[in-house]
Design a protein around this ligand. Structure first.
Ligand SMILES: N[C@@H](CC=O)C(=O)O
Length: 313
């Protein structure tokens, strides 16, 4: 297995729909090609939260993977969300056959409420790799949820064949500052990716890259932010973070992270990548005032329209 190189920006693209709610393959391909046109973009992580992955039918998910695979030359990572371990492994196998290389492995939904039995997460990752054939990304949910993995569980998953990276969204800096070094010590090759979209700055000095929905709307500045973090250049990282702040606030400091997905589409419309910001239920429109506020934030951050020629390619 040649492990995916995710050391850079790994955007989690939104899924574009037609106004009638059906999949808009042309618009999805446009976003995919634009993002993949940056050398520092290492993979595209589709069918995640930002991609409304669980709002798509099984057939639509595969159609989207195929479209991405045809459109770009970088690895496609699919969000794998099936509840049971066998179901998830089969979902992974179908995704592999459609063209995916990696799996962003979501926890079983029941664990969010009840917590998990010891060993169950390890077996889920094992099945997705061994039976499903996808390289896996260890998805660390926020500390506030019961689907959050203790350090031993993370280390054991990371040690399993096929696990190449962790997308860490723990949102507890006490844990981040102790667990990231321990993970690196135990598995030096494990690629560390932050997904703290709402406040990336404190995590930027410990990571190999980002795996973020934010990557949809501001890849240029996030690429610079990753570079500044790797150079341990705090003043530069802070400057970029400050420039992004109006957008961070308008998109991610909202009532709920779910609203962030809607806001991403409004941002992509502002940048000329989408004609409209159609979403699927259970997402809800944010309303005119919020849309203007989001657009004004892009303006304030100096993030403008993407060159039309590139967008149309
Ligand atoms: N950035 C969010 C949402 C993405 O999946 C996270 O922390 O998981």
């Amino acid at each position: 297995m040649q492990p995916m190189d995710l050391r850079g920006l790994n955007p989690a693209p939104v899924t574009a729909f037609n106004r009638d709610g059906s999949l808009d393959i042309e618009a999805n391909v446009r976003i995919a090609k634009w993002l993949a046109s940056f050398d520092e973009v290492k993979s595209l992580v589709i069918l995640g939260h930002a991609g409304e992955g669980t709002f798509l039918t099984a057939d639509e998910r595969l159609e989207l993977i195929r479209a991405y695979k045809d459109a770009v030359d970088i690895p496609i990572v699919a969000g794998i969300t099936g509840e049971g371990t066998k179901v998830a492994a089969e979902e992974a196998k179908r995704s592999l056959d459609a063209g995916a290389t990696g799996a962003l492995v979501y926890p079983n939904h029941g664990w969010l409420r009840f917590g998990f039995q010891k060993g169950a997460p390890q077996d889920r990752y094992k099945a997705i790799y061994e039976e499903g054939g996808l390289q896996t990304i260890l998805f660390q949910y926020p500390d506030a949820t019961k689907a959050n993995y203790d350090l031993d569980t993370q280390i054991e998953i990371a040690a399993q064949p096929g696990c190449v990276a962790t997308k860490n969204g723990v949102r507890n800096m006490k844990r981040w500052y102790t667990e990231i070094p321990e993970l690196k010590k135990a598995q030096p090759d494990l690629q560390i990716l932050s997904c703290h979209d709402e406040w990336l700055l404190p995590t930027m000095f410990d990571v190999d890259g980002l795996l973020v929905g934010y990557g949809n709307i501001a890849p240029e500045l996030l690429i610079d932010l990753i570079a500044a973090g790797k150079a341990r250049d705090y003043p530069q990282a802070r400057k970029i973070s400050d420039q992004l702040l109006p957008v961070t606030q308008a998109v991610y400091h909202r009532g709920s992270h779910m609203e962030g997905t809607v806001a991403l589409k409004i941002g992509l419309r502002y940048r000329g990548l989408l004609d409209h910001a159609t979403i699927r239920e259970p997402l809800k429109d944010l309303g005119e005032a919020a849309e203007r506020e989001i657009e004004a934030a892009f303006d304030a951050a100096g993030i403008g329209r993407v060159d039309q020629a590139m967008a149309a390619e």
